[in-house]
Every structure is written in C-alpha cells, then in structure tokens.
Design a protein around this ligand. Sequence first.
Ligand SMILES: Cc1cc2nc3c(=O)[nH]c(=O)nc-3n(C[C@H](O)[C@H](O)[C@H](O)COP(=O)(O)OP(=O)(O)OC[C@H]3O[C@@H](n4cnc5c(N)ncnc54)[C@H](O)[C@@H]3O)c2cc1C
Length: 290
Amino acid sequence: MRRFDLALPRTVNDCLKILATPNGDTKLVAGGTDLLPQLKNGLLKPVRVVDLSRVSALRTVRKAPGGALRIGAGVTARALELDQRVRSAYPSLAEGAALVGSVQIRNLATVGGNLCNAAPSADMAPPLLALEADAVIAGPGGQRTVPLAEFFLGVRRTVVGPDELLVEIVVPPAGRGSGGNYLRHTPRRELDIAVVGVASQITIANGVCVKARIALAAVAPTPVRATAAEEALTGQALTPELIDRAAQLAVDAARPISDQRGSADFRRHLVRVLTRRTLTTAHERAVAAR
Ligand SMILES: Cc1cc2nc3c(=O)[nH]c(=O)nc-3n(C[C@H](O)[C@H](O)[C@H](O)COP(=O)(O)OP(=O)(O)OC[C@H]3O[C@@H](n4cnc5c(N)ncnc54)[C@H](O)[C@@H]3O)c2cc1C
C-alpha cells in the first residue's frame, strides 16, 4: 500500500476543516471494508486519509420528534441488524444490514460507507430507498438534505462532494399498516455480494394498498426504483395476480448486464421472483402492522 497521511478528527467540524485544506487526493474512511481493499489493490492512491471512526456524533441512532429515525453515517451494519427499533419498524433495513459480509465485516461496515461506496450491489441501499430515506450531507456551507433517490450518480459516484461528508440518514416513520422486506440472491450462501437484491415497502389502509415502493440492486449502475410496478399496486387490493403483474413491471425497470456472476436474463428472472416474494412478505407485514 502507498504511504498516506492519516487524520483522526473527533468532530464533524474538524473533519470539514481538514477537508477544506487542500492536500492532493483525500479519502474518508469509516469501517474501511470497502476502502482498504481499494487501497491495497492500487485502485485508489490518496495522499491523505481521514478516519471517521472517532467521530462519536456519527455513531448514534435516535428517534426524532415526529417519529423519524436518524441514523448516523458511522453506525455499523451489525448495530442496525440488532437495533430493536429498526427490527420492529423497518425490518427490510435490518434484513439488508444482516446480509452484509460476515459478523466480523458487519462490526466494521457502516451504513454511510455502504451508501457512499455506491456499489450497485450495496445491500443497505434498496431498503433505505424503498423507505424514502433522506441523506444529510455536511459541507463548508452547512448541512443539506438530499432524498436518497437523488443520491447515487453512477457506479462509485454520489452527490457527496470532495469537501463534504454524509452525516446522517433520516428514515421517515413507517406508520401504521406499513411493512417491508429485503431479499437478495447470491451464488454462495456466505460472503458474497448480491446478483440481484429487491426491497419492497407496502402501506395498507382499509384493505387497499395506498403506497408501494420497490427498489432494486445490482441491475443498473445505481440502485433503482421500479416506479411503474409501484403505480400498478397503488389504490388496489393486493392479490397474487396483481403482485405477479407488478413483479413483471419491475423487470422492465432493470437494466442488467451479463457478467461472470450471472447473465442479464438470469438477473431479470431474479427481479421477477424476488419482487414477488418481497411484495408478498411486505404485504403480510403491512396487514399485521395495522
Ligand atoms: C469480505 C467482504 C464482504 C462484503 N460483503 C458485502 C455484502 O454482502 N453486501 C454489501 O452491501 N457490502 C459488502 N461488502 C462491502 C462493505 O463491507 C460495505 O459496503 C460496507 O458497508 C462499507 O462500509 P465501511 O464503513 O467499511 O466503508 P469504508 O470502506 O470506510 O468507505 C467506503 C467508501 O465510502 C466513503 N465514506 C465512508 N463514510 C463516509 C461518509 N460518512 N461520508 C462520505 N463518504 C464516506 C469512503 O471514502 C469510501 O469511498 C463486503 C466487503 C468485504 C471486504
């Protein structure tokens, strides 16, 4: 690995001050589970690395007035997987977090790192997209809030600028009658990344679906919402036939590639199957949450 300067700030303001001081190429590191392999294989050669692991303000999960859950960017996948508030109100997020790597990886891997690394296969992105979460980004001019739907620009590219950092993810209250589910397919059972991942979030009132959100991973350069499928479900009583139709519409939102991990056709098939399964489970959970 090439040598670099290491900064160890303790506050968000100190991070921002460091980022504001030009010093060639600077990279932030949280858990390091994405960044360190990229440093070791020479993909990245930063001059300076800013370690966020001592910034305690990034590691809190708190319920805000109004019921939203504010998750610090430095909260680990393991903490989210085990958090009772997440497990009960946002099971799809707990499921996405629980699928990241191994326990050892999840004890380091942060939600902020998962989103900012912007891999198409990131497991925490689809649940957060389907939950309509916002990203809070701090920069020299203060904080700005960006809907997660506008956060990803491409593979490993986000709206977070070089002098900014992601500080929080804000998840709106799930509310009564709302249920979600995240599933992914991997060729190996452990330590593999998604060939396809699907998160569904359904809200039911008076027996009718009043809101549906479906987000897909690993079938486009960024995680994507299947909006035509969502619209097909809205205002309808959910039946297996309608769920099948929505699953077919979700396939149309996918733009998969063929690679050594799966062909485009196989990925389309997986979108259909996983959308059907996640919608069915999300619907059951929504009915139970009335
Ligand atoms: C063996 C192994 C298995 C894995 N399995 C999975 C898996 O199953 N599913 C999955 O989704 N991922 C998986 N990963 C990838 C990785 O663990 C996750 O993406 C993890 O959440 C990254 O978090 P981190 O804190 O380690 O990020 P880091 O490596 O510290 O950072 C990742 C990127 O985000 C940037 N960054 C980090 N925090 C911030 C911030 N607050 N603001 C701005 N930029 C920031 C960094 O500069 C870097 O570019 C795996 C990795 C390994 C090594």
